[in-house]
Design a protein around this ligand. Structure first.
Ligand code: ADP
Length: 194
C-alpha cells in the first residue's frame, strides 16, 4: 500500500493537491474536514457534534475523529493506498493511526508537508470563502484561531514523522501544477528509498 499524510496549515492547498495525487497514484482521498462537512450537511449526530467545534476553529475531539477515520478506512478494503488530508492533526491521532495501520500490516510511507507563510494563508482562506460557502473561512477571528490551533496542536505532529524519517517539506507557493510536480517527485523519491 501507498499511504501518504498530506500535511500543512489550514489553507495550504491540501484539498486541491489531493485531487491531482489521487488521479496520478490511484489512491483513496480521506479528508476529515470533508467528511465532517458532509455529516453537517446530512444533519447526522456526528455532524451536530462536529459543527460546534468547527465553527469556532477548534479541533473535533480525538476520540470521535479517530474512530470516524478508522471506519472510513475500513470502507475501502482492497485499496491501493490512501491520502490522509487533515489527519492526523494531533500527536494522539498520529499514534492511533500508526497502531491502526499496523493491524493491517501497513504503515505511513511519508508525510508531505506543504509550507506556506501565514500572510498567504489568510489571503487564500478569505478568497476561498467567496466560493466555498465555508463560514470558518469568512471570519478573520476564526481563521486566526485555526492558525493558532495549528501552531499549538498540529505542528508537533511533523516532529512525530520526522523522528521516523518520513517527513518531507514541500514549498507550497507557486502554481497548482508546480506544487503538484514537487509532491509527485517527493512520492517517487520515497518509493525508491523504501
Ligand atoms: P482546513 O485545513 O482548511 O482548516 P479542514 O477541512 O481540513 O480545513 O478542517 C476544517 C475543520 O474540521 C477544522 O478546523 C476542525 O474543526 C475540523 N477537523 C478536520 N480534521 C480534523 C481532525 N483530524 N481532528 C480534529 N478536527 C478536525
Amino acid at each position: 500500500m501507498l499511504n501518504i499524510v498530506l500535511f500543512g496549515p489550514p489553507g495550504a492547498g491540501k484539498g486541491t493537491q489531493s485531487e491531482n495525487l489521487i488521479q496520478r497514484f490511484g489512491l483513496i482521498h480521506l479528508s476529515t474536514g470533508d467528511i465532517f462537512r458532509a455529516n453537517i450537511k446530512g444533519e447526522t449526530e456526528l455532524g451536530k457534534l462536529a459543527k460546534k467545534f468547527m465553527e469556532k476553529g477548534e479541533l473535533v475531539p480525538d476520540s470521535v475523529t479517530i474512530s470516524m477515520l478508522e471506519s472510513e478506512v475500513d470502507k475501502h478494503p482492497g485499496a491501493k493506498g490512501f491520502i490522509f488530508d487533515g489527519f492526523p492533526r494531533t500527536s494522539a491521532q498520529a499514534s492511533a493511526l500508526d497502531a491502526f495501520l499496523l493491524t493491517k500490516s501497513s504503515t505511513i510511507n511519508c508525510m508531505l508537508a506543504l509550507e506556506v507563510n501565514e500572510e498567504e494563508l489568510r489571503t487564500r482562506m478569505l478568497n476561498r470563502a467567496r466560493t466555498s460557502g465555508r463560514a470558518d473561512d469568512a471570519d478573520p477571528g476564526v481563521i486566526q484561531n485555526r492558525i493558532d490551533v495549528y501552531n499549538r496542536e498540529t505542528a508537533p505532529v511533523a516532529e512525530y514523522y520526522r523522528l521516523q524519517g518520513k517527513f518531507v517539506g514541500i514549498n507550497g507557493l507557486g502554481s497548482v501544477d508546480e506544487i503538484s510536480d514537487r509532491l509527485c517527485d517527493a512520492i517517487h523519491a520515497s518509493l525508491k528509498s523504501h
